[in-house]
Write a protein of this length. Structure first.
Length: 134
């Protein structure tokens, strides 16, 4: 396995650190190369677009709360797998959960439980194993 990242973790905000740290921990424990970025679908749309188009990562883990637009925006820009992680910011995270799971046709986003960055990483690992990438 090379050092090129297989997974990109993108968080909408630094305040999501307790959630994205869970994903980072799982990937590091399994020696899976990843990239990490803080990019907001609302505050950095051009930079997000450029990054999604340029990265060689095979899977995106998108961590977002509130309107949680980030996973859907990423999915609208790529054919790669996107796993959304809803964050409990308000309303117990249910607002973010519903935003992530209610994508329109042809813009699929997998969704794990609220604040479950670790499960997003485990799901990404399963996908990579099925594709014989790890």
């Amino acid at each position: 396995m090379g050092n090129d990242p297989l997974i990109s973790i993108i968080a909408g905000s630094n305040s999501d650190k307790p959630v994205y740290d869970k994903a980072i921990k799982v990937l590091e424990e399994n020696n899976v190369p990843y990239e990490f970025k803080i990019l907001s679908a609302h505050r950095n749309p051009e930079e997000l677009d450029e990054y999604v188009k340029s990265t060689g990562s095979l899977i995106f883990i998108a961590v977002a709360g509130l309107s949680a637009a980030l996973p859907g925006v990423i999915a609208s820009k790529t054919e790669k797998v996107v796993i959304g992680v809803p964050v409990d910011v308000k309303l117990g995270g249910v607002d973010a959960l519903l935003s992530i799971v209610q994508m329109p046709p042809r813009i699929p986003v997998a969704c794990v439980g609220i604040d479950r960055g670790d499960n997003a990483a485990y799901l990404a690992l399963k996908i990579l194993k099925l594709a014989n990438k790890i």
